[in-house]
Ligand binder design. Structure first.
Ligand SMILES: C[S@@+](CC[C@H](N)C(=O)[O-])C[C@H]1O[C@@H](n2cnc3c(N)ncnc32)[C@H](O)[C@@H]1O
Length: 244
């Protein structure tokens, strides 16, 4: 694994990884941070209908492709302000070796106190729900059951091939962060996207950096209502798909 994965600088200066066998990078070379923030946080987490609907309910996020853990960390960081109860499930077939993770320069660009959280996300066991709720929760919480749930962040990492995986939960939001259809077409088929649709709650949304016409058509066939949004820097468009 280590000889096929190379650290590269994106145009923001922040790293991403390049998979030399697939000839594909883990993020946009225009900037991993701006891409993840734009696609998954701003158009996913912050725009999710489920997040505005019920403030006290657990918000279940499913990520396809844990990779470097950047989306998970940015979701955790955003929740320090949102103060919701997030249950973040992520699927990864090929976990990255820790010695690659330790070399990422993410904390030259992100708040340093987040670094131990990031390491915990990588060092924790697969198939175990871990509670990474910040120790100091906001002080204005009332002492009732609903507010006890707020500000929580649970991470559940599934080491599995998405093609084989049976999804057992109901999700409110999906970060679809597979490698591109050009390199991994098997992850963008009707069967896989239908499996995800079936595991979503009503009103759930799926966001992806990909904006291919073929992917939009497949998502529509599956049953999603598809919107084309402005893409992150360096990309004209991205997709948001909503389950009705
Ligand atoms: C674009 S990267 C994800 C980047 C990641 N979300 C991040 O924030 O760094 C795609 C990920 O999908 C994983 N992957 C590839 N094929 C897979 C499969 N069949 N099932 C699950 N994960 C897979 C890759 O190992 C890679 O980590």
């Amino acid at each position: 694994m280590e000889d096929i994965i190379k650290l590269i600088n994106t145009k923001e200066g922040i790293h991403t990884l390049h998979h030399t066998a697939l000839m594909e990078s883990y993020h946009s070379i225009h900037g991993s941070l701006q891409e993840s923030m734009h696609v998954f946080i701003e158009n996913g987490l912050l725009a999710s209908t489920s997040i505005t609907k019920s403030e006290n309910r657990e918000l279940k996020i499913l990520e396809m492709g844990f990779g470097t853990g950047l989306n998970a960390l940015l979701s955790y960081r955003e929740n320090l302000k949102l103060n919701r109860f997030i249950h973040f499930t992520t699927v990864e077939a090929f976990p990255l070796p820790l010695n690659i993770i330790y070399r990422l320069n993410y904390f030259d660009f992100l708040e340093k106190p987040l670094q131990p959280v990031f390491l915990k996300m990588h060092e924790c066991h697969w198939f175990e729900t871990i509670d990474i709720t910040p120790l100091a929760l906001p002080a204005n919480q009332a002492n009732d059951q609903a507010s006890e749930q707020r500000g929580k962040f649970f991470l559940f990492k599934i080491q599995a091939d998405m093609l084989e995986l049976k999804l057992e939960d109901n999700y409110d939001l999906v970060y679809y962060d597979a490698f591109s259809p050009a390199h991994q077409p098997e992850l963008w088929t009707f069967e896989v996207l239908k499996k995800i649709y079936d595991a979503c709650n009503e009103d759930a949304s799926l966001v992806t950096y990909c904006a291919k016409g073929e992917v939009k058509r497949t998502l529509q066939k599956v049953g999603f209502k598809v919107e084309t949004l402005k893409g992150p820097n360096g990309k004209r468009e991205m997709i948001k798909a909503v389950k009705y």
